[in-house]
Design a binder for this molecule. Structure first.
Ligand SMILES: [Zn+2]
Ligand SMILES: [Zn+2]
Length: 326
């Protein structure tokens, strides 16, 4: 009986998702072009281990060499995100820009970060194709989705908790979002933003979030770079900030560079595909040069003078070195 109910639930969820996708397509019309349609092809093998290099692989997926630690965030590497049936097919929005790298090019990873269990962030087919030797750091309760895929080191973090891998500290913090994977069925999973730090070089990876002042807490020891989701605000403004709100949140963090994610890849909402980035650039006005990585597949490296300053601050910090609880 319970099984039959679960099957019914999955069927209903699939049906609801299919309907929602059809509705999205009908009002979206033809796919609008992204701000920059050319897709780059990152070459992570060439990235030095003494720098912070970051490439956008589309949507919320970032590939990084974080001073020698290879990190991948919220991997979605295939044509669609949504309800996956044993990696054979997936019901959900289709990719507008091709993935810059294939899973086979992503086998050298130390850490996979999962912010939350929404289909466009915790994508089972992508995780299945990634190396099981990688440590997965995920939100509360998310290991029940990830461990069965074969990963042996899955670490759940609640807000305020932290862990360390190869000298990279990862601390979970809040956002204004939500965590149900199967609405309206099933329980809620956690949802995490992450503050990353190695040798004093800090970065914020914000979870999808509505406008909130929670990130202002970082300003006393600001990150070098902050990644924020900038799309899916129309009509989902209660859970996703619009570009002007993102610019305000970014400024509150005190970070020097803003790295926009969650744009130009999957059609999840009503706003035109190229609107989030162009609105963000407008909101930034004469400071728009602080917005980095505007091309999917593009690569950015923290400039050397910023790296030197961050490392020096890290060395002189009383709680630097090996304090994973920072
Ligand atoms: Zn989400
Ligand atoms: Zn999302």
């Amino acid at each position: 009986m319970t099984r039959r109910l679960a099957a019914l639930g999955i069927f209903a969820a699939a049906f609801a998702l299919a309907l929602a996708c059809a509705a999205m397509r009908s009002y979206a019309g033809a796919m609008e072009s992204a701000a920059d349609q050319s897709v780059g092809h990152p070459n992570p093998a060439a990235w030095p281990d003494n720098a912070l290099s970051i490439a956008t692989l589309g949507h919320a997926t970032l590939l990084m060499n974080y001073l020698g630690v290879r990190v991948l965030t919220d991997p979605s590497l295939f044509d669609r995100v949504g309800l996956a049936f044993d990696s054979i097919f997936t019901i959900g929005p289709r990719r507008v820009t091709p993935p810059p790298l294939a899973p086979g090019e992503l086998q050298n990873l130390d850490v996979i970060l999962i912010t939350h269990a929404h289909m466009d962030h915790l994508d089972i087919p992508s995780l299945k194709r990634l190396p099981k030797s990688a440590t997965v750091i995920a939100c509360d309760k998310c290991s029940e989705l990830i461990t069965p895929l074969g990963f042996t080191d899955v670490r759940e973090l609640k807000w305020g908790e932290s862990t360390e891998i190869k000298g990279l500290t990862v601390r979970a913090m809040a956002a204004k979002h939500w965590g149900k994977r199967w609405p309206p069925f099933g329980g809620a999973y956690g949802f995490n933003s992450y503050v990353l730090e190695k040798n004093g070089v800090r970065m914020l990876l914000a979870c999808d979030s509505a406008a909130t002042e929670v990130f202002a807490a970082l300003a006393s020891d600001p990150p070098e770079v902050a990644a924020f989701s900038i799309g899916a605000y129309d009509p989902w403004i209660r859970n996703h900030a619009n570009p002007e709100q993102v610019w305000a949140m970014f400024q509150q963090t005190g970070a020097k560079y803003l790295l926009p994610i969650h744009w130009g890849t999957f059609k999840l909402s009503k706003e035109p595909m190229d609107e989030p980035l162009s609105r963000l650039i407008r909101a930034a006005g004469d400071q728009s040069n602080r917005i980095v990585l505007r091309q999917i597949g593009g690569t950015w490296q923290l400039p050397e003078n910023d790296m030197v300053r961050a490392l020096a601050a890290g060395e002189s910090s009383p709680h630097a070195a090996s304090s994973p609880a920072r």
